[in-house]
Design a binder for this molecule. Structure first.
Ligand code: 5GP
Length: 342
């Protein structure tokens, strides 16, 4: 539908390597035929579902395909262009810096390359403001987390405002959030904004409670925070009290089977409370979606009018990590683009 395609949008939850389109995957497979990787190993198609564990296997395959500086540069520029073509006006990309000994890739070079891609896209004149969140993979433990924070801190100061924050992600069934608290506290104290994957699976109540005390600046998923699905009112109250926006990814949660169907998605719970809820893609490549489609799915599932959809995309501006001046510019853009009648 052209309304959703043209709707100006803000994307706040996009993992770089999960966002790689099938077109870019084709180019990567051509570069590395010896790996014998096929298309169906890198994306979950229409109507398909996987366990969360299988989803994390998909990322491993993509990581094999993206292991040089050239790969990262191509993947990042392609992903940014695709979001821009989908009328995303502001994008926060997140990615876990990786070291690859066999190609000489270092974590520092990884971050530098993503930043270079952002600058190249700016020079191209694309109508999209892109920022970067450095990601911690929880699987790698507290020491790597602390090293990642130190690296992110350096780029916070040297990247001309392009690095704005830190993400905590990775397989939620592995590792322990409590042990990562010192790293996250340090990040917060040095001015990095925090977006944390929280309560993506049941059984993370204690961890979520601890992490909410930081508090984070945004929450990824938060699928099992509310009491209706085994969370608790205490957790919900902490989110409400600190007014922490939620990044909500419908298709990702359905295909990863943490939510049974679209109509049972927790978007409904938080949206009805009037709590800041931002529609995001998570991994547009892996889950075969885009942000227009996610807005359209939210609208059709929860009966949102076009006006309500417009408001939803507009309110996402208040949740970005870039400074106030950028928010004002974006709000002006939305005002300029707003249709006279819906
Ligand atoms: P990358 O950080 O390599 O650019 O993107 C892929 C990585 O993002 C995965 O290896 C994983 O750590 C993280 N990721 C992507 N999607 C999800 C998700 O739905 N949940 C969590 N917890 N992590 C994810």
């Amino acid at each position: 539908d052209v309304f959703y395609r043209q709707l100006p949008k803000v994307e706040l939850h996009a993992h770089l390597n999960g966002s790689v389109s099938s077109h870019t995957i084709e180019k990567l497979i051509d570069r590395k035929p010896h790996l014998n990787i096929e298309h169906n190993m890198t994306a979950i198609g229409k109507g398909q579902r996987r366990t969360l564990d299988e989803c994390f296997q998909v990322f491993k395959v993509i990581h094999q395909l993206v292991d040089t500086e050239e790969d990262i540069l191509m993947v990042a520029t392609d992903v940014i262009r695709e979001f821009a073509a989908d009328s995303v006006k502001y994008l926060e990309l997140r990615s876990t810096p990786r070291e690859e000994k066999h190609t000489g890739l270092t974590k520092r070079r990884y971050i530098e390359t993503v930043i270079r891609a952002i600058q190249l896209c700016k020079e191209e004149g694309l109508d999209i403001d892109v920022r970067f969140l450095v990601a911690i993979d929880r699987r790698n433990g507290p020491q790597v987390a602390m090293e990642t924070v130190e690296l992110a801190e350096e780029f916070l100061l040297s990247s001309n405002g392009l690095v704005v924050g830190l993400d905590l992600s990775g397989d939620p069934t592995v590792g322990d959030g409590k042990s990562l608290l010192p790293a996250l506290e340090r990040a917060k104290n040095c001015g990095l904004k925090l977006s944390l994957h929280l309560s993506e699976v049941p059984s993370q109540l204690e961890e979520s409670d601890l992490l909410l005390n930081l508090p984070p600046d945004r929450i990824g998923h938060g699928t099992f925070l509310h009491p209706e699905v085994g969370g608790s009112q205490i957790l919900v109250d902490k989110v409400l009290k600190n007014n922490i926006p939620l990044e909500l990814c419908l298709t990702s949660n359905i295909k990863g089977q943490t939510v049974p169907c679209y109509s049972k998605h927790h978007f409904k719970y938080w949206y009805q409370l009037g709590h800041p809820s931002v529609i995001c893609t998570d991994d547009k490549g892996v889950f075969s979606t885009d942000l227009s489609q996610e807005y359209q799915l939210a609208a059709s599932t929860f009966g949102l009018s076009r006006e309500a959809v417009w408001k939803l995309s507009q309110q996402a501006i208040d949740c970005i990590f870039a400074p106030e001046a950028v928010k004002q510019q974006l709000k002006q853009k939305w005002t300029d683009l707003q249709p006279q009648v819906f």
